[in-house]
Write a protein that binds this ligand. Sequence first.
Ligand SMILES: [Zn+2]
Length: 185
Amino acid sequence: MISPANRRGRLSGSSQFPRVIALPNLTDSPHQVDLQRMEEAYALALQAAHAGEVPVGAVIYQGDRRIGQGSNQPIAAADCTAHAEIIALRAACHHTANYRLPNTTLYVTLEPCAMCAGAILQARIQRLVFATPDPRSGAAGSRFQLLQCDALNHRCEISSGVLAEPCAALLRDFFRRKRKNFTPV
Ligand SMILES: [Zn+2]
């Protein structure tokens, strides 16, 4: 959990992925709950980074209960579908013994891809909160809009920008380190 001081100033992480950020003081804001839950998703993204995976984390809440969580792990799992959202959705379905997840909110540090947006629709997630957009493959409005498509039978409320800068910085740092360590064959 990130301390209130760290939300506004230096965001703690590991020494490997230090963050220096400036955030507005959101204490007593109606978005405070979203911020706290996105911090949990951020911690999962950090775990993914430490494991050498693209740093994305996700949590799912039903009311006040956290019913699922996931960190990106396609490499370790040798599974192209092992995105953070899919891991969290599977955990939540298992936890509730229900393939639908009504009255839930999914928090994820990066805008979902088309695969994850499809799974979000299948699960009937009520609301999606994502931190930072993915202009290349985001399917919640950046590249595609699958979650509010009139042709489909479920639409998902979308909020974005919660903890956006630290989540984006984590991704930038990760790919910068990858490029730095890349040795052409
Ligand atoms: Zn995805």
